[in-house]
Design a protein around this ligand. Sequence first.
Ligand SMILES: Cc1cc2nc3c(=O)[nH]c(=O)nc-3n(C[C@H](O)[C@H](O)[C@H](O)COP(=O)(O)OP(=O)(O)OC[C@H]3O[C@@H](n4cnc5c(N)ncnc54)[C@H](O)[C@@H]3O)c2cc1C
Length: 650
Amino acid sequence: MSDRSDTAETLAAIDPDLLGSYLDQPYGAVREEVRTALARPEFGPVDPEITSKEYRERVFEWLTLLSDEGQTTRGLPAEHGGGGDIGGSIASFETLAYGDLSLLVKTGVQFGLFGGAILHLGTRIHHDRYLADIASLKLPGCFAMSESGHGSDVQSVGTTATYDYESLEWVIHTPTEADRKDWIGNAAVHGQAAVVFAQLITSDDNHGVHAFVVPIRNENGQVLEGVRIEDVGHKLGLNGVDNGRLYFDSVRIPRSNLLDRYGSVTDSGDYSSPIENPTRRFFTMVGTLVQGRVSVAGAGLSVSKVALTTAIRHGNLRRQFGPPDDGEEVPLMEYRAHQRRLLPLLARSYALHFKQAELVADLDRVFSGAESDEQARRSLETSAAGVKAFATWHAVECLQTGRETCGGLGYLTSSGFAQRKADAEIFTTFEGDNTVLLQLVAKSMLTGYREEFGNLNPLGMAGFVATQAVSRLVERTAAGELWGRIWDEITPDSEEDGDLNDREYQLALFAWREEHVLESAARRLKGGMDDGGDPFEVFNACQDHVLVAARSHIDTRILEAFAHGIEQCEDETSKSMLNRVCDLHALSVIEQHRGWYQEHGRISSTRSKAVIRNVNSLCDELRPHAGDLVDALRVPECVLPEFGPGGLRG
Ligand SMILES: Cc1cc2nc3c(=O)[nH]c(=O)nc-3n(C[C@H](O)[C@H](O)[C@H](O)COP(=O)(O)OP(=O)(O)OC[C@H]3O[C@@H](n4cnc5c(N)ncnc54)[C@H](O)[C@@H]3O)c2cc1C
């Protein structure tokens, strides 16, 4: 059995610049441009005592500055004032996330959500009418989907858009208090228009949720007739963003304000759509907005990098205790406990970095038209949902651990932890609540046939699971196609001999867990249905199991992406280092689930202990390089705290 404590070899030091350049690719120039912008004095941190009103104005000024300099619209089409570079726009957003997160979110609302909805759900007439003004910030706007009554279940929003064929207008209305648009960024102060998601109603039918451009203020900032706007009030964080509530009292807008890429009406009110099934249509519409999730995933990852750079640099400098009779105190990073708290998280940030890069490349391919088939889109959506959930939960964990490992200093406002914790933790909820997103991942895994699943919400999928998808899955796994391959990799005979640091072996263990959890979840669902259970109840009873299946799926995809990223690295020293970091990531995940692997007979208790030993020795091995590894992440020095004489800045 290979046990790293027996075979430890000395790792050569990397050149952080070289590895940093590799990590920045293929958007190194864009990232550098944003880093340079963030270092300018005018983007310095806001006074913690600032009022929300002042903070919102400061953020708007920043946004105007960045917009004037062309930093914010890379993803919008070139003919409408943008840069036509989708991947570059995400890289820019990820880098902006090192700085003030209210600015980041306001940018996301204006250009990503408001602009993105018009771009993806509208047609030529809307692009010509709005996009240039959105790009120049002449038209500040909102993305008004959530309601007080419906946050995660947005297919059930209550706002109505009823067609009046006599006046050729839509009548936008908020029927009850629960149907008011809630949490809407840019609504409380700056927004002049909103993309409002509402049930489209013609004389004969409700055709489901569609998006409409609704003016809410005039150019002087006065609220328009029939529109009522409330401020949501002070929040835990992101107080530089003006979130508001919108009410519409039979507000009339022209027929052409319907964003009609996926559904249109004639003057006389006849509805037509290229997608017949209303629920499939809805999910297709929402699917085109996937860029928001990819952006938030990248932002979460950047936040984790700031927290870990701060904590690891501090751990290298800060000394506490030491061997008796030795006078010298020891840097915190020398302590096994400290390494254990920080290095697996650092390894996970690296792993997520490669998965995020893959996701951005997929997004760019799909939305630039290079790969636009249905399957590629579906797989992008599933991946974005999973990575967004993992990266934003990871950000929260890094912020908490980073704060604690900096001790009292981490509690100082100037450390940046307080503000980032307050601002970034909502990333787990907006752009899709993480737990709900993981159900979407599970749904896609359970069927592989989103088309047939299209008319079911995450909970309502049980009926389909029971009838077709599960049978297919069970047949597939029973036939042993995939399991056979995986099983061969880790047969009991080879188990004790397999090299824990062998990537194939690690991948096989991950894949085995993924398949096993998925199959057992599917069998449970099918069993419940075969016993005559109500689909909703059956699915609900298995929900915990389904979520574990989603997590194990994402775990495997992340490790695959990390392994692939290492293969592409041309510098051998960086490659060796990345291999060790990847080992630490993989074995930390296996360690976390070692109880499960033992319960299922996949690893022995001896093997399980070897995993723990290997994680420890990988921590030993990587500890001298931890400083270089965080330097390679290239967090701008200007966003790091100074922490006393000498400071943490490189
Ligand atoms: C600061 C901020 C800014 C925002 N900006 C915007 C914006 O600009 N535009 C916009 O349209 N919206 C915006 N939102 C709204 C945001 O998208 C919603 O808050 C989010 O979608 C979650 O909805 P909810 O708050 O109603 O939570 P709920 O849907 O009520 O969820 C509450 C909890 O219930 C759980 N839950 C829900 N359904 C299930 C289920 N089926 N199974 C198991 N558990 C479940 C969730 O996991 C969650 O933990 C913003 C929100 C915030 C806080």
